[in-house]
Write a protein that binds this ligand. Sequence first.
Ligand code: PEP
Length: 251
Amino acid sequence: MRRNLVAGNWKMHGGLVANQRLLADVVLGAATLGRIELAVFVPFPYLAQTQSLLSPTAIAWGAQNLSEHAKGAFTGEVSAAMLGDFACRYVLVGHSERRSLFGDTDAKVVAKVEAALAHGLRPVLCVGETLAEREAGSTMEVVGAQLAAVLDRVGVAAFAQVVLAYEPVWAIGTGRTASAEQAQEVHAGLRQQLAVLDADVAAGVRIVYGGSVKPDNAAELFAKPDIDGGLIGGAALVAEDFLKICRAAGE
Ligand code: PEP
């Protein structure tokens, strides 16, 4: 029933020439993919280029962050309405790099989710535990609290528009991925947390996994019942690898 989503998070990589080539290759390869949805999260300056190259295709695009404010004296910030001007379908919220490096607290993440929803953008809400938290056995407590912070404020019905991304911090950019069983356990726990409030919303929410997904581990992860695709960092910068991962999600 849920359609898998594979989304590339380019982080602070790219350039006009490189993007053109990467997107052209992805568009070409995507033509033969099955029922999955594709998206790319590009740096702000490349939203116009991405919009122009992807508008004729079914591939979605979005930004990696947004301001919680609507407008005003917030130098360097980008609002939800501005992202709407570039026809973004999605926006990443609460990526662990934003949480750890740029002060995105749970309160800020909640406000950003609200700003996105108010402007018709679908937030991809990232949650994940650190290695110390996993080793202390508090993974579900940590990701559950990150989800609850948003849930308590926006309500479960809003999750019809939200994609959840489980991204263990220790697996992002490290080459060390969660096992399919570890990921499935967390995904099922997150879905259960929603199901307590609304079984239909829980059944429809896509929960994607992120953290060193590569062509050789994607199929095993995506075969799990509660893993509905992936958020892909490093491997999304190489068209061939990204497309192999997309194919694994279409099987
Ligand atoms: C990410 O940036 O969200 C990510 C999952 O990165 P990587 O695939 O490189 O671990």
